[in-house]
Design a binder for this molecule. Sequence first.
Ligand code: HEM
Length: 135
Amino acid sequence: MMAVLFLAGCQALNPEPDTSLYQQLGEREGIANIVEDLLYLIVEDERINHQFKGMDVAQFHRNLTDQLCELSGGPCTYTGREMRELHADMAITNTQFNALVENLILAMEENDAPTGAQNRLIKRLLPLYPDIRNL
Ligand code: HEM
């Protein structure tokens, strides 16, 4: 009993970061595969592909992978530009935002990410909504 209390106390003082979502998404390699498939889906999606014309694909892939890795609790640091600044001149509509999220879910599905993990990642992305839409 004392040992359990001691362990519980240690955990409260020195909490381990929760990396379970990161693991469920297949760590950085799994997330990189999801982002790659997301890119293919974006290119085919008439609702949003015009917005991405001329962008640096390798940089987008690296930065979005880092961002999703960090958000899911993984050992990555997003070093790209701030969300509001990045999306400032795009006039992104609700439909376009939803289209991107829909494609991300499809990409996770294609990579066999569990439904619970998909929902948890989307939940962590939602606070970015006002910055991305510049509201
Ligand atoms: C959950 C929603 C979204 C997230 C998490 C997100 C995240 C990101 C990130 C991390 C980057 C930086 C990549 C880089 O450095 O090149 C980026 C860039 C970009 N995003 Fe988003 N984004 C979202 C929604 C959207 C939507 C809905 C659109 C348009 C329909 C969009 C269009 C773009 C474009 C065109 C760039 C490249 C900008 C540039 O290179 O100057 N994003 N986004």
